[in-house]
Design a protein around this ligand. Structure first.
Ligand SMILES: [Zn+2]
Length: 455
């Protein structure tokens, strides 16, 4: 019951304009032949991921043939008056007729609203929003599926795959909000003769990044992002793009990527013994930060850069186990800033991998499932997943769900056990509970206090 209420009120609270946005999606279906409105079908598609159904067919099994309240609940959600429920092919047909830019615009509208509400501000670094950048394999086949497949050979096996580069905005409480997606395909690899797999990967991701960043700048011209980047992106062209847009960056510093710079860093460290901060954590972990300011770096195009280098040695007291990390950044590094830069700009980058890709792959969100064999439609499903996952996280990590659970006399973790169960309870709720009109009151939802917290 409370999962349904949390979903409805969270959506109404954060996105009071959500249904009008859906209504304005560029839908090229023949208006005279439309049985279902754009908003209703958009919600139907989002539900595929919100309820973590895992495949399109499950929409038919779990929802269409589900309980009697399903139609009424979706009509209230979408503010429509449909008289029947669609089959999953209807959704597929609809996605064929909505331009990808429509879904991208919807996501931008959501992110801009979260920014205006300052809902993600607690995770800022020196007052600047942090963008975590990473790429992942997305759909993969054993036979060529389209002319644009990236081809990878693993021993005797040849894989045909598609990749995507994601920019995710860091929020508090482990929330990562998808803000930009750039699909990587064959054209990005260029001439692959004489190139190692690592070089091809590098070419692909750098080209995709060079397309993605200008699109983000256009959608968010005012924001002064800090990019959190893997060592792969630690190169002149990326630094130049960031500088051109007025952004900063924190990039993983690896010996192999820029050997001369690494040697200089190691040589200068002993000469700045005063540049050290130690932190002890309750769980028995000690972090030691050291840094060197204003290292000179000349890139392959002859541009000169001044970069600050910082390192963090993390020791687990009980086991003596040590981990070492290092980063490069133009941000001012000092006693007061070093730990925050290392944490938000550096250590949190794994969140894209963990909270983003792993969660999306190893759950009912089923990121690697081929929702459509058509490459363009598959991209639409990918974007729908990202949009739904924003809602999923706001429900799961928002204080409303916790408050509703407490009102039932139980802490939220006892009520749900694990996050996976939130989706299952939501499915039960939408199928068997007639969602009361009061939940949908936009004024009531607007006045709720919903914070993102990690408890
Ligand atoms: Zn393909």
């Amino acid at each position: 019951m409370i999962a349904g209420q949390a979903l409805v009120q969270t959506t109404r609270h954060f996105f009071p304009e959500f249904n009008p946005w859906l209504g304005r999606l560029p839908d090229t279906r023949d208006p005279d032949a439309r049985i279902y409105t754009t908003g209703f079908l958009a919600w139907w598609g989002i539900a595929l991921y919100l309820l973590q159904l895992g495949s399109r067919r499950q929409l038919d099994f779990e929802l269409r043939d589900g309980g009697a309240p399903v139609l009424a609940n979706f009509n209230r959600l979408a503010e429509t008056e449909q008289t029947t429920l669609p089959v999953h092919d209807t959704l597929d047909h609809f996605l064929e007729h909505v331009a990808l830019t429509g879904w991208e615009r919807l996501r931008t509208q959501m992110v801009q609203r979260l920014l205006r509400m300052k809902a993600l501000d607690a995770a800022r670094l020196h007052g600047r929003p942090v963008l975590l950048i990473d790429a992942t394999g997305w759909i993969c086949f054993h036979r060529r599926h389209c002319p644009d497949c990236l081809v990878q050979r693993h021993g005797k096996q040849t894989l045909y795959m598609h990749q995507v580069l994601e920019a995710k905005l860091l929020g508090p409480a482990g929330v990562v909000v998808s803000l930009g997606s750039e699909f990587i395909d064959n054209a990005d690899a260029g001439d692959r003769r004489g190139k190692s797999a690592e070089q091809i990967k590098q070419d692909c991701e750098l080209k995709a990044l060079a397309r993605l960043l200008p699109r983000i700048k256009k959608a968010y011209p005012q924001l002064r992002f800090v990019l959190a980047l893997d060592s792969l992106y630690g190169c002149g062209p990326v630094f130049a793009l960031a500088q051109q847009f007025g952004w900063s960056f924190v990039v993983t510093f690896k010996q192999g990527r820029t050997p001369a710079l690494w040697r200089e860093f190691q040589a200068l460290l002993p000469e700045c013994p005063e540049n050290v901060v130690k932190r002890e954590w309750k769980g028995g972990c000690v972090q030691e930060f050291r840094w060197v300011r204003q290292l000179d770096y000349k890139d392959s195009a002859g541009r000169s850069w001044k970069l600050n280098a910082l390192e963090c040695t993390e020791t687990t007291t009980a086991t003596g186990e040590r981990q070492y990390f290092a980063w490069l950044t133009p941000l001012p590094v000092g006693v007061k800033t070093v730990a925050e830069i290392a944490q938000k700009g550096g250590r949190y980058r794994w969140k894209v991998e963990n909270e983003g890709f792993n969660r999306q792959k190893n759950s009912g969100l089923n990121l690697e499932h081929v929702y459509s064999i058509d490459p363009e439609k598959a991209k639409a499903y990918y974007l729908l997943l990202q949009i739904a996952f924003i809602l999923v996280q706001l429900v799961e990590r928002g204080s409303l769900l916790r408050r509703l659970a407490e009102a039932c006399g139980r802490p939220v973790w006892k009520l749900f056990g694990s996050l996976k169960n939130v989706a299952r309870r939501l499915l039960e709720s939408v199928r068997f509970v007639n969602w009361p009109e009061a939940w949908f009151d936009a004024d009531v939802a607007g006045q709720l206090r919903i914070a993102l917290d990690s408890t």
